[in-house]
Design a protein around this ligand. Sequence first.
Ligand code: ATP
Length: 225
Amino acid sequence: MTDLSQQTSGINTTGCSVAIFGGTFDPVHNGHLRSAIEIKESLGVDELRLMPSHRPPLRDKPGAESRQRLAMVNAAIAGEPGLCSDDRELLRDGPSYTVDTLRDLRAELGLAVSLTVVMGSDAFNQLHRWQDWQSLFDLANVLLLHRADYPLAANIAVTEFVEARRVAEASALTAVSAGGFYELGLIQLPISATDIRQRLASGRSIRYLVPDVVADYIAEHGLYT
Ligand code: ATP
């Protein structure tokens, strides 16, 4: 495999910028969606791609099929400028390691485009357990989102590693192709997919926690009951 590490952490000479917001999206909810808008505006990226994980390596099998989770994401973001989905992890068997996804994206986008991977504090607290986690920073910038319900408690090695890569503002990430780190405080909506699944399992309403199109899809397909 080509060693991209020496080639990607440079100036973004293309003017193009892409951010990836990965997750299980089981189901996608208003916490994800409001965050997506704020991420896009803070970074000033051309495109924010919501990317459902096919087989999340560090958690139980999702309640809905991958295709159903993708369909809910697509319904939720339909017509929203700058937001789109990316189904590449659904096309790959085995655990959906982010490092593999980023290598794939680099092969498609080239080395100079600014690529940023977004993760909430719950994911960031587990980053030391991710496959080849240091390589993520060779391939992309990392944007950390604070979540009200998950205080930051990252591994010490991760904390030291990102400190050296911290940039002064979110928009600085789009000026470089990879290697930068920024922590974004955004509107706090303590909504979680776990809570939504529990509400559905106990017959309670999820109205206003997810877009109506997502609630309708869940009802039509009898998900999470
Ligand atoms: P679950 O409860 O099943 O773990 P979740 O609600 O945390 O799900 P995920 O699909 O695991 O949702 O999250 C995808 C990404 O979105 C992660 O980086 C996560 O931190 C972030 N995220 C999830 N919920 C919120 C929220 N309410 N506000 C901001 N970011 C969120």
